[in-house]
Design a protein around this ligand. Structure first.
Ligand code: AMP
Length: 317
């Protein structure tokens, strides 16, 4: 089965990305899995070219270190069909429907980059190029898949059957990791590289320790204080979820100090082998590049007929 998953290099990968996305992606990876670094999507807000290059390089290596090598790995900009089809889909989408997209409604202003308005067409292109029937996404991405579905249906009706009409599916939720300082908010790679509430995959053990030991808990000192209760104890619940997702257990833990120490040990043990693989891979950049060149070549091959069919249907060529 074909599945597509793209991650935007809008920041450094966090523990949330690992437990909520990379781990399940690694478990599901096969020859029909297309996993990409969505560098074009990182251009919709003001950006630094140098920082983008650094983040893409780190992310490419981290995806491999996280065990995604059974998938077809690629960087989006190395497959120009994404950009080409995006423009064709902009010619099918209406300004009304793009204006209703949540991201634009929340972040759009007169001075925003035009790409913040049009990027849902690029996302639709990402999906439609691979003829994926099902797109596994979280609830926050549902609107994008629905737009891809609407555009595919409209295109097929107007110009002939070119696209497989995709459907959003919601895989059983992986772990949802919350910010250590604001545990009512998701830990996000976009919160900034220095944000002390985020654990980054390449954080050394002492940094993990400092961040976890400063995590927000609450003032409960009861004998059963270490218990999960999402609404009343979001910080403690988050620490317990992280501990369990990293293979630990709360059995025998009665104080927040002991809980935090257990979380530090579990997270450090989870990250250690990944960081070791990262260092080995980073020492062999030619190998990493070769993996991504092969992946992009495969993507160019599978997407070319879809783009050509869309161009021909529109009267181009
Ligand atoms: P994002 O970092 O928001 O671009 O998301 C990339 C992938 O990581 C998506 O599959 C998200 O659902 C997942 N993800 C991001 N942050 C978290 C988090 N804090 N907990 C669990 N999964 C996350």
């Amino acid at each position: 089965m074909t599945t597509l998953s793209l991650i935007t290099p809008s920041g450094r990968l966090t523990l949330g990305n690992l437990l909520g996305a990379l781990r399940p992606m690694a478990a599901a990876a096969g020859p029909g899995s297309y996993y990409g670094v969505a560098d074009l999507h990182a251009l919709t807000t003001p950006h630094s070219p140098e920082l983008l290059r650094t983040r893409v390089a780190e992310m490419r290596t981290l995806l491999l270190a996280a065990g995604l090598d059974a998938a077809t790995l690629f960087v989006q900009s190395a497959v120009p069909a994404h950009r080409s089809l995006a423009y064709l889909l902009e010619c099918v989408a209406t300004s009304g429907e793009l204006g209703r997209m949540i991201q634009f409604k929340e972040k759009g202003e007169v001075s925003s980059r035009a790409s913040l308005f049009t990027y849902p067409a690029l996302m639709a292109a990402d999906i439609l190029l691979y003829r994926a029937a099902e797109v596994p996404v979280g609830e926050d991405q549902r609107q994008h898949v629905e737009l891809a579905r609407d555009l595919a249906l409209r295109f097929n009706r107007a110009y002939g059957e070119v696209f497989v009409v995709p459907r959003a599916v919601h895989p059983p939720a992986g772990a949802r990791v919350m910010d250590l300082l604001t545990p009512t908010r998701k830990m996000s790679k976009s919160a900034g590289d220095e944000h002390p509430g985020s654990v980054f995959l390449l954080d050394p053990p002492d940094v993990v320790r400092r961040k976890v030991m400063r995590a927000v808990t609450d003032s409960d000192v009861g004998a059963d204080a270490v218990r999960a209760e999402a609404a009343a104890k979001p910080g403690v619940t988050n620490l317990i979820d992280i501990l369990v997702a990293c293979g630990g257990s709360v059995a025998g833990l009665s104080t927040y100090g002991a809980l935090k120490k257990a979380v530090v040990d579990a997270v450090v043990a989870e990250l250690e082998p990944l960081q070791k693989r990262y260092r080995d891979l980073a020492a062999d950049p030619a190998h990493v590049s070769a993996v991504y060149e092969d992946g992009a070549a495969r993507c160019r091959e599978v997407t070319a007929p879809v783009l050509a069919a869309a161009e021909a249907a529109l009267g181009l060529l």
